[in-house]
Design a protein around this ligand. Structure first.
Ligand code: SF4
Length: 403
C-alpha cells in the first residue's frame, strides 16, 4: 500500500499547453525555425528542415507521396493544423482513425498525424507487417501524461487493499491514455472507452462490479456518471499525490465512481461565462461542447458529444443556424470554413490550439517521408509484446460492447 504523499509533478506537456495561444486569431504555419521560438520541446530534426519555406515543404511532401504511393497511408486527426490535415488520406477522431488503420492491411507504413497514444493504439490494432510512424515524438498528450503507470498501479493496489481483489471495482480507461494504462485495464477485467461510448462501457462495468475506476479524464467520467443518474455523493476524485487518493476507506467503499484526477487542458478552457456571452451576442445560438469540458460548461451547453458528433451536428445543421463550439480550434476553424452558410465560431475568444497536436509541423511530416524514400523508418511506434496483448484485450472489449 502507498501511504506517503508524493511530490506533485505537473506534466511538461501541461506546462507547455498555452505555448501557441494567440489573441490575433492567426494560426498561419511558419518555418520550423520560427515555430521553435514558442519555447516548447520539439524533437530534434536535421537542420535542413528548419528554414524550409511552406512551399518547399509542400513540394517535398507531394513528391514523396507520389514516389511512395500505396506503401503509405496518412491519417489526420481533426485537431491537426490545416497545413498537415490537407495531406490526410483519412481523417477522424482517435478511435475512428485507429479502426481505419486496422482496416488498411495493404499499406506498409501508417503515418499518424496525431499524438503519441493514438499512434500506439493504431500499432496495437494494425497488422504485424505494418509500421506506425509518428512524425514528431514530442507530440504527446497532457491528459494521457497525467496518468503515469506507476501512479495508477499504486492506486490500483491501494484500492485492492480497501475493497478486496474481486468484483469490487472495474477499471475503465479513456482512449486518451498510454498503452500501459490500457494494458493495466486489460489485465484487470477492464475496458477502454471513447467519448462516444463511455456510457455503454459504464453499463458494461456495472454489470460486473459495484464500482468503476475511471482514467484519466475526470470530466468525461463525471459528465458520463451524472448523465447516467449516478448520485453526486457517490462520485469521488482520486488524487494520485495524496495517500489513498485523499480518501478514507469508508468514503472509497461508499463510492460508485472513482475519477482519476486528470483533465484536458484544451477543453477545460471553456466556461459557462463564455457560453453566456455567446448567447448575449446571438440569442438563437446553439452551443455544442465536448464531454471533456467541465461539468459547468456541459450543463450550460445545448448539446454535448464527441468530436465526430460535433462534426456531424454542424454538417447537418440547417443553413443560417448559429453554432458556438467548445472544442479544439483547428477543428472549429475547419467547420466554419466547410459550412459557409452557417455562423460557426469557437466559444473561447483566444485562439488556443492543442500544443501537442500542433507539434506535427509539415516539416516533420516531410522528414519522415524523406526517411521512407531513403529506406529509413524514422519514429516507428511499437508497443511491446505483453502490453500490446493486454491493451488489445481492453480495446476488444470496447469493440464488442460498442461495435
Ligand atoms: S486536445 Fe486534450 S486530450 Fe486531445 S490530445 Fe490535446 S491535450 Fe490531449
Amino acid at each position: 500500500m502507498t501511504t506517503g504523499s508524493r511530490q506533485i509533478v505537473i506534466p511538461i506537456t501541461e506546462l507547455e499547453q498555452s505555448a501557441f495561444c494567440k489573441t490575433d486569431g492567426n494560426l498561419r504555419t511558419l518555418t520550423l525555425e520560427e515555430e521553435f521560438q514558442a519555447g516548447v520541446r520539439w524533437q530534434k530534426v536535421p537542420i535542413r528542415y528548419l528554414k524550409m519555406t511552406p512551399e518547399e515543404v509542400n513540394d517535398g511532401i507531394v513528391n514523396a507521396r507520389e514516389v511512395l504511393g500505396d506503401q503509405v497511408i496518412l491519417l489526420g486527426h481533426h485537431y491537426q493544423r490545416e497545413d498537415v490535415f490537407k495531406y490526410a488520406d483519412f481523417s477522424g477522431d482517435s478511435y475512428k482513425l485507429s479502426r481505419l488503420a486496422s482496416e488498411q492491411k495493404d499499406a506498409e507504413y501508417i503515418i499518424f498525424c496525431g499524438v503519441h497514444f493514438m499512434a500506439e493504439t493504431a500499432d496495437v490494432l494494425s497488422g504485424p507487417q505494418q509500421t506506425v510512424i509518428l512524425p514528431n515524438m514530442a507530440a504527446g498528450c497532457s491528459m494521457a501524461d497525467m496518468a503515469q503507470t506507476e501512479d495508477v498501479e499504486d492506486a490500483w493496489e491501494d484500492l485492492a487493499s480497501v475493497l478486496g481483489d474481486e468484483d469490487e471495482i472495474v477499471p475503465i480507461t479513456y482512449m486518451n491514455s498510454t498503452a500501459d494504462i490500457k494494458a493495466l485495464c486489460g489485465r484487470n477485467g477492464g475496458i477502454v472507452c471513447t467519448s462516444s461510448n463511455a456510457d455503454l462501457t459504464f453499463d458494461w462495468a456495472f454489470e460486473r462490479s459495484k464500482r468503476i475506476l475511471f482514467l484519466p479524464d475526470q470530466h468525461l467520467g463525471r459528465n458520463t456518471a451524472l448523465k447516467m443518474g449516478i448520485p453526486e455523493d457517490e462520485i469521488i476524485v482520486w488524487n494520485p499525490y495524496a495517500p489513498m487518493g485523499g480518501h478514507s476507506p469508508e468514503v472509497i467503499r461508499r463510492a460508485s465512481v472513482i475519477l482519476w484526477q486528470g483533465h484536458c487542458s484544451v477543453h477545460t478552457r471553456f466556461t459557462s461565462q463564455q457560453i453566456q456571452e455567446s448567447r448575449d451576442k446571438y440569442p438563437d445560438v446553439n452551443v455544442i461542447v465536448h464531454p471533456e469540458c467541465t461539468r459547468e460548461a456541459v450543463d450550460a451547453a445545448d448539446y454535448v458529444g464527441s468530436t465526430e458528433y460535433i462534426v456531424k451536428m454542424i454538417s447537418e445543421a440547417p443553413a443560417g443556424s448559429v453554432w458556438a463550439i467548445g472544442t479544439e480550434i483547428n477543428l472549429v476553424n475547419r467547420l466554419a470554413k466547410e459550412n459557409p452558410d452557417k455562423t460557426v465560431f469557437c466559444l473561447d475568444p483566444i485562439v488556443c490550439p492543442c500544443a501537442t497536436m500542433y507539434r506535427i509541423h509539415p516539416a516533420y511530416l516531410l522528414w519522415v517521408l524523406d526517411g521512407l524514400m531513403a529506406g529509413l523508418v524514422i519514429n516507428p511506434i511499437k508497443v511491446d509484446g505483453q502490453t500490446a496483448i493486454d491493451s488489445r484485450v481492453a480495446l476488444q472489449r470496447m469493440l464488442d460492447v460498442a461495435g
